[in-house]
Design a protein around this ligand. Structure first.
Ligand SMILES: Cc1cc2nc3c(=O)[nH]c(=O)nc-3n(C[C@H](O)[C@H](O)[C@H](O)COP(=O)(O)OP(=O)(O)OC[C@H]3O[C@@H](n4cnc5c(N)ncnc54)[C@H](O)[C@@H]3O)c2cc1C
Length: 311
């Protein structure tokens, strides 16, 4: 019988919400859905799949791609090969997906965010959803990694709870050992919660200028954030970066100073309620997204604003 194997992600005993997207895509694919989970006492949405297959392996072993290779080998031996193997589009999901695809010679499509059932093609988005690519896997089973937030609404309840089955865990593979989870560095400020962001870019020139913009942020009751070059040069901490490889923000006011408006930056702030850009180059792309713009020298504008804010 054809089936879809859904490799769930479990972290610190919690069944991750992003798994619901894999369950949703599993429902769209229409085959029997088999959910693979590691050992542990946690809630599994067992009405959303046909079979829950519990691996006799602890979460840490399950996260190791080499162990996952062995686990898949055992699943394929017990049930035959599925049509699709779904992983989450996360650091551990993509790592295991790549390893499994290489190990079994399976085609892989990463970061799947849509499925056209009539055409039988998977969709991937590019350039912050500006362009979509259509992909067909060159053979089965195919490995897919599923983008979080893309399919959860399609996860459908079945009439009965899933059958529960168990499968032997992988004998520990020595090549890599789980050491510990490392918490993301906590900073005092979460830029995603700020109502007013003053964001600075490479245009500020050098690190010595940061203090002047900190001062302006203080005077305006804003929080200071930055574009990627500012973070790469370590003028501001990583937690302050706006953009695709930083944070997505939606403040009431986003004041961008000396930022050109590369799409990786725009993707992280374009939904701000009011965008104000200051740039000396009238052709800077940021002006296409700004509600208000000032063409001029940012340092002069900074000093003037400071003066006005201080009354
Ligand atoms: C995979 C990948 C991920 C990325 N992720 C991110 C991300 O998360 N966030 C991000 O921001 N970028 C990201 N980038 C980088 C992005 O492509 C741009 O390089 C970056 O956003 C440019 O930053 P900037 O606007 O500060 O610098 P620049 O593009 O160099 O722009 C500086 C601007 O300052 C203006 N300027 C200079 N001096 C003055 C002055 N005195 N007065 C007024 N204006 C002045 C210039 O006219 C110019 O427009 C990523 C790139 C890649 C490849």
């Amino acid at each position: 019988m054809s089936y879809t194997l859904i490799v769930a992600e479990v972290r610190r005993g919690v069944f991750e919400e992003r798994n619901l997207d894999s369950l949703g895509l599993g429902a769209l694919l229409g085959a029997q859905s088999v959910l693979l989970v590691p050992d542990g006492a946690y809630q599994v949405p067992d009405k959303l799949v046909d079979v829950v297959l519990k691996v006799k392996a602890a979460e840490e072993a399950y996260l190791n791609p080499m162990n996952m290779g062995k686990i898949l080998e055992a699943v394929f031996a017990a049930r035959g090969k599925p049509d699709h193997v779904l992983f989450t589009q996360s650091s551990s999901g993509t790592e295991s997906a790549a390893y499994a695809a290489g190990l079994f010679g399976m085609p892989v499509i990463t970061d799947v965010s849509g499925y056209d059932r009539d055409a039988g093609v998977f969709l991937k988005s590019y350039y912050s959803d500006k362009v979509f690519g259509q992909f067909k896997a060159a053979g089965a089973p195919a490995v897919l990694t599923v983008r979080s937030g893309s399919f959860r609404e399609f996860a459908a309840e079945k009439a009965a709870a899933a059958a529960a089955e168990a499968i032997e865990g992988a004998a520990a593979v020595e090549a890599r050992t789980f050491v510990e989870y490392v918490e993301e560095e906590k900073t005092d400020i979460d830029i995603t919660k700020a109502e007013f962001l003053l964001s600075v870019g490479r245009g500020i020139g050098n690190q010595d200028e940061v203090a002047g913009y900190e001062e302006l942020a203080g005077a305006l009751k804003a929080v200071l954030s930055g574009s990627r070059p500012v973070i790469d040069k370590m003028w501001l901490p990583k937690a302050r970066q706006v953009g695709t490889s930083g944070k997505t923000v939606k403040p009431k006011v986003y004041l961008a100073m000396g930022i050109s408006g590369a799409f990786q930056h725009i993707a992280g702030m374009k939904d701000s309620d009011c965008i104000i850009a200051v740039n000396k180059d009238p052709g800077a792309p940021i002006f296409q997204y700004a509600h208000y713009g000032i063409i001029g020298d940012i340092h002069k504008v900074r000093d003037k604003l400071k003066e006005l804010a201080k009354g």
